[in-house]
Design a binder for this molecule. Structure first.
Ligand code: AMP
Ligand code: MG
Length: 417
């Protein structure tokens, strides 16, 4: 097993072992956010026929060559075409038909005059404006024709995709399956958040963080509970997760006397591929594959920030790959540091920062104590500044890459236009 990998090396091994899951058919109404697993061709035409874009009168343009407000043309209104109805017969020369938005254009008509450009009379209408050819007419098939390619496979379905699917009568659709993720916490010191904890104990928060991070991207977490630091206990709980696509444990993967997770993983058929990534927080990451099923196993470090950052950098892209996403990564922006940063060379540092825009430029301010136990350093910020392994000193004003963790970051308090 390899040890002490770079982030790139670790990620390549993980993604190489990550399969794309199969497809499943679900109700289109439930498909927002899912990844389309088929390409959608139109089985219908929209609009199905030429139709009116306005409430007004269907006319034959040739009847209205010399029409103007000063010289209106009076036409008999021979019938009405309601929305959802049909013309009772073709429109003849010298005739107008009352028509409403969405109603099919009568055969013979070639334009629609808006109601506002007419003066109604008894059984007749005075046209005040000569229409352009096909003015206020929506062409049949102008949105799509039968056989048009409408949505490509791999697209992340948004609300209007569902609308397009609905408009061709597709009430079910094939999408990529959502990975199941079994989450285990481990450590004798841990207690569940709803239990009393004495001063020697630590409230387990990682399962909440990790389950929510899974749900945020549409993966399906299940919880295996807390295993004490005994191999049999860890094994029993891990075995309950063997049917999941991904197992994520936290803690117990370091080199301490009570760190049994790696040994247990090997015992239950997990081939470990590496241990340790040259980053901070998050060095003690173990990754392997359950040989019988191909399930991925991530042994994340236990410290809450390390677990969250390791999930971000390694588990999240893998889950997104499984789900068929083409874009695996968070957005990265360049920002200027508002504080000097110093570190030791050797590992990439992920510094929690809060990003703000001033005069159209982005600034990144570290969120205080960066210890990997201080989970509030995550909630005070909205991004991770990525400081290269070899960097030692970054002066105020230096440009850094910042990975944006807050998916609402680009939302605005002002409309902006
Ligand atoms: P370990 O990797 O087992 O040495 O754990 C590192 C640190 O992370 C210890 O201080 C643990 O108490 C803490 N820790 C481990 N698991 C959790 C958890 N589920 N929630 C919160 N903190 C944890
Ligand atoms: Mg422990």
């Amino acid at each position: 097993m390899r040890e002490g990998l770079t982030i790139d090396e670790a990620e390549s091994l993980i993604l190489a072992a990550t399969p794309r899951l199969g497809a499943e058919t679900i109700s289109t109404a439930e498909a927002a956010g899912r990844i389309l697993a088929e390409s959608i061709e139109s089985t219908r035409r929209h609009p199905p026929a030429d139709c009116s874009a306005m409430d007004g009168y269907a006319v034959r343009r040739a009847d209205l060559e010399i029409t103007s407000a000063g010289n209106p043309t009076s036409l008999p209104v021979v019938y009405e075409v309601p929305a959802g109805g049909h013309a009772e017969r073709p429109l003849e020369a010298g005739e107008a038909a009352r028509i409403f938005t969405g109603a099919p254009l009568p055969p013979g008509a070639d334009a629609v005059v808006r109601q506002e450009d007419t003066r109604p009379g008894e059984g007749r209408v005075e046209i005040l404006v000569a229409p352009e050819p096909r003015e206020h007419v929506r062409d049949g098939g102008e949105d799509f024709e039968i056989g048009d390619r409408l949505i490509d496979t791999g697209v992340v379905l948004g609300s209007t995709h569902l609308g397009v699917l609905a408009s061709i009568g597709r009430t079910i659709v094939s999408v990529r399956q959502r990975p199941t993720v079994a989450i285990l916490s481990s450590g004798d010191e841990l207690v569940e958040p709803d239990r009393p904890a004495d001063s020697g104990q630590i409230v387990s928060s990682n399962s909440y963080t990790l389950a929510a991070a899974c749900r945020e991207i549409g993966a399906q977490p299940s919880y295996l509970g807390i295993a004490g630091d005994r191999p049999e206990e860890i094994e029993n709980r891990l075995r309950a997760g063997l049917r999941a696509n991904v197992i994520v444990s936290s803690a117990g993967v370091s080199v301490g006397d009570h760190d049994h997770v790696r040994a247990v993983l090997e015992k239950i058929g997990c081939k470990l591929q590496f241990w340790g990534v040259r980053m901070k927080p998050g060095y003690p990451l173990a990754f392997g594959v359950i040989e019988s099923s191909g399930a991925l196993v991530f042994g994340l470090p236990g410290n809450p920030v390390s677990a969250a950052v390791s999930f971000e950098e390694f588990v999240r892209p893998a889950l997104r790959k499984m789900m068929g996403h083409r874009a695996l990564y968070r957005p990265v922006v360049r920002a200027r540091l508002t504080e000097k940063l110093t570190k030791r060379a050797g590992r990439v540092h992920f510094v929690r920062v809060s990003l703000e825009t001033r005069d159209a430029e982005l600034f990144a301010t570290p969120t205080g104590n960066q210890s990997s136990g201080i989970l509030t350093s995550m909630i005070r910020g909205n991004g991770l500044a990525v400081i290269a392994a070899e960097s030692e000193i970054l002066e105020v004003g230096s440009q850094v890459d910042v990975q944006i963790l807050d998916s609402n970051f680009f939302d605005q308090t002002e409309r902006g236009f």
